[in-house]
Design a protein around this ligand. Structure first.
Ligand code: UDP
Ligand code: MG
Length: 335
């Protein structure tokens, strides 16, 4: 089996050919200066550019670099999950490929870990080079999520964090497919703390998180950690029936004791539109949950790996520390 190292760094990549060599260099200089054994696990999430071949080149010259190559784009959270499954370190760091999370913070995270913390997450005290729209939606979203969930997910944190092996193993045992890793880490518990950092501008290239993917991640976050939206239907239904009942009394009174019964066409239309709108939105909420239940029920692997590079020393990377049963096994190797 592969010899466990001290620190594993997981880097998910989707079309990052412009940044990946710089990322490798900056990571390497920080990690070498720390003087501990380490590995860098790059996960290629179905990039359509030269990302994978660049990392293959790095793997040839540096045995501490490893590549997990996906068969297609599975999304950031699953790329991170795969990376974690393949790590062997005592500690595991998750970091973005675009250098928005400064690698120079890693030694500070390791120090906090040495003090006895199991999770050290990076808290963004400022975000540079992001649109006001992204900042505003992010700020609102984190607060909304806090309101909706009972799990205490710290606000303004990304996936940039250091975890102890036992936390990483706990997450690897959670095989749910709508993954919101920050939430899952909070759910897992253990001793957690934060270090502050300034989120830099993307080093090069464009964001790989368009609005569509952000919305999906938000929906995953809420549905994975809260059933409050489902309860909304009950509460709204109750309030509306109460209002309807009051209105019924008013109408009856007008009909029986006065002469001015209203023609009332427009109010009917308003009420009808309002109620249909509410009913359909709540059906949509149900759909979000049922869709996810269906996805879980199919029990497909979370991701499909088409190639692994520089893992040769290990017989089965997934057996490092985590026991998995048949249905859990998430690797389908094409070779
Ligand atoms: N990423 C990925 N798969 C995707 C989208 C993004 O692996 O489908 C990676 C991406 O290469 C980067 C990280 O996830 O390393 C964060 O993405 P990005 O920087 O584009 O998001 P942003 O910082 O703009 O929120
Ligand atoms: Mg980024």
């Amino acid at each position: 089996m592969r010899k466990a190292c001290f620190l594993s760094v997981v880097v998910p990549m989707y079309n990052e050919e412009e940044v990946i060599e710089t990322t490798y260099r900056r990571l390497t200089s920080v990690l070498e200066a720390m003087g501990e054994s380490y590995e860098i696990v790059f996960v290629n999430d179905g990039s359509r550019d030269r990302t994978a071949s660049i990392v293959r080149g790095l793997c040839e010259s540096d045995p501490r670099v490893r590549l997990v190559d996906f068969s297609r784009n599975f999304g950031h959270q699953l790329a991170v999950t795969a990376g974690m499954d393949y790590t062997s370190g005592r500690t595991v760091v998750l970091i973005d490929a675009d250098l928005q999370d400064p690698p120079e913070i890693i030694p500070e995270m390791v120090n906090r870990w040495r003090e006895g913390y199991d999770v050290v997450y990076g808290r963004r005290i400022a975000r540079k080079g992001e649109t006001w729209f992204k900042k505003l939606t992010a700020t609102l979203f984190y607060r909304f999520l806090k309101m909706m969930t009972s799990v205490n997910i710290p606000v303004d944190t990304g996936d940039f964090r250091l975890m102890d092996r036992k936390v990483c193993d706990t997450l690897s045992r959670m095989r749910e497919r709508s993954r919101y890793i920050r939430g899952m880490v909070s759910w897992a518990g253990f001793r957690q703390t934060s270090v502050d950092y300034v989120r830099e501008e993307r080093f090069a290239g464009e964001t790989k998180y368009p609005l569509r993917k952000m919305l999906r991640l938000s929906a995953d976050a809420i549905t994975s950690f809260s059933t409050k939206p489902l309860k909304l239907a009950g509460i709204l239904g109750f309030l509306l029936s109460a209002a309807g009942f009051v209105y019924l009394i008013v109408v009856l009174y007008l009909r029986l004791f006065t002469d001015n019964t209203q023609p009332g066409w427009s109010s009917l239309i308003v009420i009808s539109l309002l109620f249909h709108g509410i009913t359909l939105s709540l059906l949509g909420v149900l759909g979000e949950y049922i869709g996810r239940i269906y996805e879980e029920a199919k029990g497909r692997p979370l991701y499909v790996v088409s190639d692994e590079v520089n893992f040769e020393q290990s017989e089965n990377p997934a057996s490092d520390g985590v026991q998995r049963n048949e249905t859990d096994s998430m690797m389908i190797r094409s070779r």
